[in-house]
Write a protein that binds this ligand. Structure first.
Ligand SMILES: [Zn+2]
Length: 506
């Protein structure tokens, strides 16, 4: 079991844990089997099978003693020609915040017997739509049930929406967004689940996470212990039920496990789904909903997401500027394994004119024995020492024409890299840094951090930006904990920081 990256008191409460543990694969499978049974004839909107599916959901919500979230306090919102959204509500426990609504949705309809337009398989046979989208429907139902088990409901209200007629052009979610049953301005966040039944290689895609500041952080935090590999493309995806909300400036994301060979064919059957996967995704959803329901802030809408593209993401990720040199020396790469280096220091083959080493009087052929308190046994040591050192630094140099080594003071160019890392920030995720460089042999390098890793916490604290991060690092020594996220998985990493104070000298 992984060490919890961030232990949060609320998530340790007995009631939270019992509710979380109530979510289980067997129940999820039963829901899917019911919804994706041939009896419901592919749940086409407006057809008997679709109507039966809506009735089943409403009956289940009533059993859970949830309030209706549809028209006139009921569970339904009908719209022409004979379609129905199914809606239920958990009223928030905070007198003020309960006006705000977190909307969790999934479409429950599918394509019935298929048409030439809607089917990729044999038209005229029942398309059960187990993955699409009995899977998301069952996860939302299961999370609704879990929320009823909390000792106290979340502070904000939670609205569960089972959309109809998605397969006919997202008609249910579009209808609701145009005719909302709670004021649309009170809907502060939306999570849509569409096709979450085919988890493979632990990969779950989270679309549109840049629609709100800090979405990624909230989702990843709740992946702690679930170990899903989360992917956050910059794509918003316009052909799913979160989109009408995104269009209306509501932060809205979608969970999705990807297309399969049975997509929109009669073969999309209950027996093929990965229920352990649905279970983990439902648990992730539960944690995220709980946080959105209770935390002081929810992600604010981020306009820039309207124009950002996946190719932009790739080009930004591809930029890795070279780290500036701070010393201006070169050595032979194979020198690193030479026993003589360990004894005598690293021999320089070139010293760049005009750079700090040359200015301090260092010459080709000199051997660097020590720098800023660190013994230099190979090139990695030297690079790590140079990148981490404050300026001016003390450098110990061995010379061929002398038995004695010499101590020089050197003014290094630029600033030290705290912990041996360089980074960029991401406007969509304030208070987080993305590593662009990790110096081998540095505290970060020794802890196996990699470019692309994201840092959320330092020594138990959050930080506003890179500047504050660097300032905080300066005050630390010894073992220091970082919360690092890679592939959506947060983990606690302990770095050993050498004392950075002045080196005592006699
Ligand atoms: Zn579909």
């Amino acid at each position: 079991m992984a060490m919890p990256a961030v232990a949060r008191a609320a998530h340790q409460s007995a009631s939270y844990l019992a509710a979380l543990e109530s979510i289980n694969a067997e129940q999820l499978e039963q829901y899917v089997e019911h919804l994706a049974d041939d009896k419901l004839q592919g749940r086409e909107a407006g057809k008997p099978g679709g109507t039966a599916a809506g009735d089943y959901l409403a009956a289940r919500l009533e059993e859970l003693a949830l309030q209706g979230g549809g028209v006139d306090g009921g569970f339904f919102q009908g719209f022409a020609p004979g379609y129905r959204n199914v809606l239920a509500m958990v009223r928030g426990s905070d007198p003020k915040l309960s006006r705000q609504v977190i909307l969790i949705g999934a479409h429950y309809d599918h394509v019935g017997y298929g048409t030439r337009r809607s089917s990729r398989g044999t038209v005229g046979r029942i398309h059960n739509g187990a993955d699409d989208n009995a899977s998301g429907t069952s996860a939302v139902l299961e999370v609704a049930e879990a929320l009823t088990m909390l000792a106290e409901p979340p502070r904000r209200s939670i609205l569960f929406a089972f959309w109809d007629a998605e397969e006919k052009g997202m008609l249910g979610s579009k209808h609701w967004a145009a005719h909302p049953t709670v004021p649309l301005k009170n809907v502060v966040a939306v999570i849509n689940l569409d096709m979450v039944g085919s988890l493979r290689q632990q990969r779950l895609t989270v679309f549109a996470s840049r629609s709100g500041y800090g979405w990624r952080r909230v989702v990843c935090r709740n992946n702690d212990g679930l170990e899903l590999r989360l992917d956050f493309p910059w794509t918003v995806k316009h052909n799913a039920d979160h989109y009408p909300f995104f269009q209306r400036s509501v932060p809205a994301i979608m969970f999705h496990t990807g297309l399969t060979s049975t997509y929109h064919t009669p073969g999309d059957d209950a027996k093929l789904l990965n229920y352990a996967g649905v279970n983990r995704i439902a648990r992730l959803l539960f944690g995220v909903v709980y946080d959105l329901g209770n935390e002081p802030e929810v992600p604010r809408f981020r306009k820039a997401a309207r124009t950002e593209t996946e190719s932009q993401r790739k080009s930004i990720a591809a930029i890795t500027t070279r780290l500036p040199e701070r010393l201006g020396v070169s050595w032979k790469a194979d020198e690193a394994t030479d026993e003589a280096v360990k004894r005598d220091g690293l021999r320089l083959v070139r010293v760049t004119a005009g750079m700090p080493a040359a200015a301090a009087g260092i010459r080709p052929g000199d051997r660097i024995v020590r720098l800023a308190g660190r013994d230099i046994r190979n090139g990695e040591d030297l690079r790590a020492a140079v990148m981490g050192a404050e300026s001016p630094a003390t450098i110990t140099v061995g010379r061929n024409d002398s038995e004695q080594s010499e101590e020089l003071t050197i003014r290094l160019a630029g600033k030290p890299l705290p912990l041996g890392v360089a980074w960029r920030s991401d406007e969509a995720e304030p208070g987080m840094l993305i590593l662009t460089h990790v110096v081998p042999g540095s505290p970060a390098g020794r802890a196996a951090l990699k470019p692309g890793d994201r840092i959320y916490r330092l020594a138990g604290r959050t930080f506003a930006d890179g500047r504050q991060f660097a300032e905080t690092v300066k005050t630390l020594s010894g073992p220091v904990e970082l919360v690092v996220e890679r592939d959506g998985q947060p983990r606690t990493v302990v770095l050993q920081i050498e004392s950075q104070g002045p080196i005592p000298a006699a």
